[in-house]
Design a protein around this ligand. Structure first.
Ligand code: ADP
Length: 350
């Protein structure tokens, strides 16, 4: 029977219990498509395939070793762009990217001294709760599910678990629990919020841009801060849009690395038609309301804006990423890349 009243802590515990009683398999539909990329593929081909199938990441497969070889994500593309900006001539970059193979990206990432690629994976039958704890530890924000074939003993990539899928699954199936999450998001400390002015940046610690900022400067913010979206604000601090790492893929795919010199205003004109819009909420909205949004919309992050009762309605207040929500559910004690879980996940080499 559905509980009649739960406190925040009790509701969180009930959600954890729900996740303990499910496995990653429960999150997926009976039939689904999986795109796996061979590490010998050229980056250009990989981007074309991803675009064709509308995916923004894919597991890599090393055919020679018959092994899972990590994830290829938008973040990798951001790193490639940075690399070419520093080393290659601007004109040669597109040709170089056509030629480079996925296997070589790891080398580039080493040179750039960016965090090592996420190689975490989990067995699809492990409790979903454990998978979620792995999920918030990996900066890929996605976790490949890998099984072992009973006959060949070889690895089999089953699917990829994302934060989005898990939160959608909870939003769809746990309404009778999430309704009790009535605390306001800012009060609960979920997300990153504007603090007192610092170094003249009135939005600190948030990274923001204006319509006049160049795409390249925003790409730099993505890579330096390890974030996947930057709110676009006007002169009055009002949120006018959001620029995301996936938007960069559209630009790069069009072959125009020079497009990085475009302003955000120009780049937004090229945004793909299926952009689902910026999802906003107010700092006083409850976590329950956020789950309602996740239930009905394709939410990848929320921009927190001041409500109508604020002296400056629409003013940027904060950003709530899916990882911020996951952390609230699963535990803030989980360090990215740190331990804190019983069994260590398997680390694989390319
Ligand atoms: P996710 O981890 O869900 O993919 P992000 O990479 O965007 O989402 O966010 C990672 C962390 O950085 C989160 O804690 C989030 O609150 C914070 N964050 C997100 N966007 C910004 C931004 N523009 N400036 C500063 N911090 C941000």
């Amino acid at each position: 029977p559905p509980p009649s009243k739960l406190t925040h802590i009790e509701a969180i515990e009930a959600l954890r219990q729900f996740l303990r009683e499910r496995s990653s398999y429960d999150v997926f539909p009976v039939s689904f498509r999986l795109i796996v990329l061979d590490v010998q593929l050229r980056v250009k081909k990989a981007l074309d395939v991803m675009l064709l199938y509308g995916v923004v990441s894919a597991p890599l497969w090393n055919t020679e070793m018959a092994k899972f070889a990590g994830m290829f994500t938008v973040q990798d593309v951001i790193h490639l762009i940075q690399y070419y900006y520093h080393t290659s001539s601007w004109e040669a970059a597109p040709a170089d990217v056509e030629a480079i193979r996925l296997a070589s990206i790891r080398e580039i990432e080493k040179m750039l001294q960016v965090p090592p690629p996420p190689l975490l994976s989990v067995h699809p039958l492990r409790p979903l709760y454990d998978a979620c704890r792995f999920l918030i530890r990996t900066h890929a924000r996605r976790l490949p599910l890998i099984d072992i074939d009973g006959q060949t003993q070889g690895e089999v990539v089953i699917s990829v678990l994302t934060q989005y899928r898990v939160l959608k699954f909870i939003a769809m199936n746990c309404r009778e629990i999430t309704q009790f999450l009535t605390g306001g998001v800012q009060e609960l400390g979920i997300g990153t919020y504007v603090q007192s002015p610092e170094d003249g940046n009135v939005f600190a610690p948030l990274a923001t841009a204006t319509l006049q900022t160049t795409v390249f400067d925003v790409v730099h913010m993505f890579s330096e801060k390890g974030i996947s979206a930057v709110p676009i604000v006007d002169d009055n601090g009002k949120v006018v849009d959001l620029y995301e790492t996936v938007d960069v893929i559209t630009l790069v795919r069009n072959g125009a690395y020079q497009a990085l010199d475009l302003t955000i205003a120009q780049a937004l004109k090229q945004r793909s038609h299926d952009f689902s819009g910026v999802v906003t909420c107010s700092p006083k909205d409850s976590l329950s309301a956020v789950f309602s949004l996740i239930r009905i919309r394709r939410v990848h992050r929320l921009v927190v804006v001041a409500g109508p009762d604020d002296p400056q309605p629409g003013r940027l207040v904060g950003v709530i990423s899916l990882s911020d929500i996951m952390r609230e559910l699963i535990g803030r004690d989980v360090e990215p890349g740190g331990s804190g879980i019983g069994a260590e996940p398997v680390d694989r080499a390319l």
